[in-house]
Write a protein that binds this ligand. Structure first.
Ligand code: MG
Length: 252
């Protein structure tokens, strides 16, 4: 086994909605038993680390909140790294709870925020767009959790994703955001630095070429595609397996 850490995408890789993908639980357990550090990387901005950890644990995966790298956590860390402490939010309660969980102060848009964090927001309104625009044009740093155009929902189908909300605010503020989520490598870089491993020692596993695999490549990690989610066939010479169980059989 040549990797010290394996970073797994969630939906389409380890589970589909609430359904665990066959063989994924024992496969991840085998990696952990072999001494490999396992962590989870997701573009989902709507929930806290605790939520994802509880969900994965219920499914049988070995998980604690500090092993979950979601875009809400990534956005919080990015703001903190830049010394920005007064944050206004366009997003779901889970994004706001993630900020509160990290001790970040959430302020109103008319209370001179230093940064505006934008994620998926199912209560997005014209007024909220106007407030975010004004704050960003007044100099607040614009952080987007991710630019996913759509978001898969339970039972199949899609709703507009964070990228749709981000695009509206990008257009009116005429400002490019710092984007936390995949395909940008930030979450993966954050995970490997907190796990204490190097990019060369890390394998990134996911079901999407344009997000998971692209992010892994940009972070300088080895990558592996599984065919249990978005992609149904091998692409562009990217290493692939049918599923996580088949991948772990190759690794161990
Ligand atoms: Mg996925």
């Amino acid at each position: 086994m040549s990797f010290r850490a394996v970073l797994f995408d969630l939906d389409g890789t380890l589970h589909r909605g609430n359904e665990v993908i066959d063989g994924a639980v024992p496969a991840v357990q085998r990696l952990v038993d072999a001494g490999v550090r396992v962590a989870y990387v997701t573009n989902n901005s709507t929930q806290t680390r605790q939520f994802f950890s509880d969900k994965l644990s219920r499914m049988g995966f070995l998980c604690t909140p500090d092993l979950v790298y979601g875009t809400a956590y990534g956005a919080v860390r990015e703001a903190a790294k830049r010394g920005l402490t007064r944050i206004a939010v366009v997003g779901e309660p889970g994004l706001k709870e993630s900020l509160a969980e990290a001790g970040t102060e959430i302020v109103d848009f008319d209370d001179r925020p230093e940064a505006v964090i934008v994620g998926l927001c199912r209560t997005f309104t014209y007024d909220l767009m106007k407030s975010a625009m004004a704050a960003i044009r007044s100099g607040a740093f614009f952080i987007a959790t991710n630019e996913d155009a759509t978001f898969p929902i339970e039972g199949g189908g899609f709703i507009p994703g964070a990228g749709s909300v981000v695009a509206a605010i990008k257009t009116c503020s005429q400002t490019e955001p710092f984007v936390v989520g995949k395909p940008n490598p930030n979450l993966i870089q954050l995970a490997i630095s907190e796990l204490g491993v190097s990019a060369a020692e890390t394998l990134v596993v996911g079901d999407r070429l344009d997000t998971d695999i692209e992010a892994g490549i940009r972070a300088g990690c080895a990558v592996h595609l599984v065919l249990t989610g978005v992609e149904s066939e091998a692409l562009d010479g990217v290493p692939f397996s049918a599923d996580v169980a088949a991948l772990v059989d190759k690794l161990l």
